[in-house]
Design a protein around this ligand. Structure first.
Ligand SMILES: NC(=O)C1=CN([C@@H]2O[C@H](COP(=O)(O)OP(=O)(O)OC[C@H]3O[C@@H](n4cnc5c(N)ncnc54)[C@H](O)[C@@H]3O)[C@@H](O)[C@H]2O)[C@@H](O)CC1
Ligand SMILES: Nc1ncnc2c1ncn2[C@@H]1O[C@H](COP(=O)(O)OP(=O)(O)O)[C@@H](O)[C@H]1O
Ligand SMILES: [K+]
Length: 471
């Protein structure tokens, strides 16, 4: 599991550790890790031209001490001082090692091999100020490798929000713990490759945000055993499709068939289309309550204007509500259910549920997903460039897989079928949602390999994604 902690928690752990260590020891640890990472990216420090962008806080201090180390190894290091003051001991260390303060900041970054962004870290507020923004733009245009210290300056560490201009780094070297913003867009896009330097912090067991890795998903996935039969493996019911959108039913069933349930019941008017593609589906044209027993329902993809989720929400099994099922969804109807509910909105659907604008959800997705989970008393999977899964309590899960090629019509239908199938197979709601998103993103990467994919390609790549995860 990759874990991330909010600034408040990181600062408390730092304070506890600092009290036990000599003055400046923690910063020297951080700087040593940073210098080693920079030297690695340069393929050796000797003869390299390194420019440090230095803000007025300890983030600048890290950059200055790391610069001193690189200078001692033969790099030409200069510092661009962007704050009202600079970390005094760090600046003295740099000067003592032969580094200097740049008198022409833009010229210096234009000639640099590597630029170190030490403008702001976890103490930063808002976007870059104009003087910093100008030098950062020159650095971006120079072809130098841009390495952010702890965080790309200008992004919000706790939320991933980017209000104004921010550094776009090739890599970020972060200290002690990942911060949520490093894993969540839009900030994640600014961070580049992530590297964590252990500085010995003792962090609480429960993080604020976490991201599943292969081994976590492998442990969650259902695997049939000798005495399994199709009913014991779980039956998932899919209520989807309409005369206008029969394809959504086919796609949701395609995901459900590859999600680990032993059987898929399809309920709705698109039975012929579903059977043509998936003859193994149990098809029913009447109301869901008459379709036979299921262990979980998926409702919503391609329903169009046909009545919403009420019938299914009254059932006593887990329900996943997607797409058209989310329209006008009543929080009290969801809250009062005896079984768990999973909602899978994209940003537009989440915005409609919250009564806000789509852009607002996209820029503050962590807050939006938490708010929806609280309001509905449900597990919420918010889709998009960073897919998040939140339940009423516990860490928010960030999905680390996926590709922007997934932004294609119908891929969400595959996901809802898949996650619903995992629910029917017995996974807890946040596990079904997050393992589903993980496999879905992995399948999309496999199917795409840098080229456009259709939603059905993603469904077909799901078995290969399972095999990847299970090793
Ligand atoms: N506390 C510790 O023990 C350690 C801290 N470390 C470093 O210290 C950093 C935190 O240091 P600080 O708390 O001094 O805070 P930062 O250095 O992150 O930033 C605060 C400073 O930046 C200024 N500032 C805030 N927003 C700005 C903006 N938008 N544009 C320009 N300037 C802005 C503030 O006026 C303040 O002087 C961490 O991110 C990490 O890099 C590391 O050395 C590891 C140890
Ligand atoms: N920019 C993006 N980067 C990565 N994944 C994305 C991006 N945009 C959308 N996705 C993913 O694509 C899928 C689209 O689902 P959805 O919006 O419901 O579309 P549809 O209703 O057409 O199926 C989701 O899994 C979502 O997370
Ligand atoms: K920084």
């Amino acid at each position: 599991m990759r874990t991330a902690y909010r600034v408040e928690t990181v600062r408390a752990a730092e304070a506890e550790l600092m009290a036990k260590l000599p003055d400046g020891a923690l910063m020297r640890r951080a700087a040593a890790g940073l210098a080693a990472a920079c030297a690695g990216m340069l393929g050796g420090a000797y003869g390299a031209r390194v420019v440090l962008l230095v803000g007025s806080g300890d983030n600048g201090g890290d950059a200055l001490y790391a610069g001193a180390r690189l200078a001692r190894r033969g790099a030409g290091v200069s510092a661009v001082l962007l704050g009202s003051r600079a970390h005094e001991a760090g600046l003295a260390a740099l000067r003592g090692a032969g580094g200097r303060v740049a008198d022409d900041p833009v010229g210096a970054v234009e000639r640099a091999d590597l630029v170190v962004d030490g403008i702001t870290g976890i103490g930063g507020r808002g976007g870059l100020r104009p003087d910093a923004a100008e030098v950062v733009r020159a650095a971006r245009g120079s072809g130098a490798v841009l390495v952010a210290v702890d965080l790309p300056s200008g992004v919000d560490a706790d939320t991933g929000e980017v209000a104004g201009e921010a550094v776009r780094a090739d890599a970020t070297v972060t200290f002690g713990a990942y911060k949520p913003g490093l894993l969540i867009d839009p900030a994640r896009e600014h961070a580049g490759a992530l590297r964590l330097v252990d500085i010995g912090l003792a962090l609480p067991p429960v993080p604020d945000v976490e991201a599943l890795q292969h081994e976590d998903v492998a442990r969650l996935l259902p695997v049939p055993v000798g005495e399994s039969d199709k009913y014991r493996r779980g039956v998932v019911g899919v209520v989807a499709g309409s005369a206008r959108y029969p394809g959504a039913a086919v796609l949701a069933v395609s995901g459900a068939l590859r999600g680990g349930a032993g059987a898929v019941r399809y309920v709705g008017p698109a039975g012929d289309a579903v059977l043509a593609r998936h003859p193994e589906t149990l098809v029913h044209a009447g109301p869901p309550a008459k379709a036979g027993r299921v262990q979980a329902w998926v409702i919503g993809p391609g329903l169009g204007d046909t009545p919403g989720a009420d019938d299914v929400l009254e059932s006593d099994v887990p329900v996943l509500v997607d797409a058209d099922g989310l329209r006008n969804l009543d929080p009290s109807a969801v809250r009062s259910r005896p079984a768990p509910t999973v909602l899978t909105p994209h940003a537009g659907e989440a915005a409609a549920l919250l009564g806000t604008a789509r852009e607002d959800v996209e820029s503050r997705r962590l807050e939006a997903v938490r708010e929806l989970a609280g309001r509905y008393g449900a597990t919420v999977l918010l889709k998009g460039s960073t897919t998040l899964v939140a339940s009423a309590d516990g860490p928010v899960r960030v999905n680390p897989t996926g590709t922007p090629w997934l932004a294609t019509a119908g891929s969400g239908d595959v996901l809802s079928g898949l996650a619903g199938s995992l629910l029917a197979a017995g996974l807890a709601p946040r596990d079904a949602a997050s393992a589903g998103a993980y496999l879905h993103g992995l399948a999309a990467r496999r199917a795409s390999r840098g080229a456009p994919v259709a939603a059905y390609d993603v469904a077909e790549a799901l078995p290969a994604a399972w095999r990847d995860v299970r090793g």
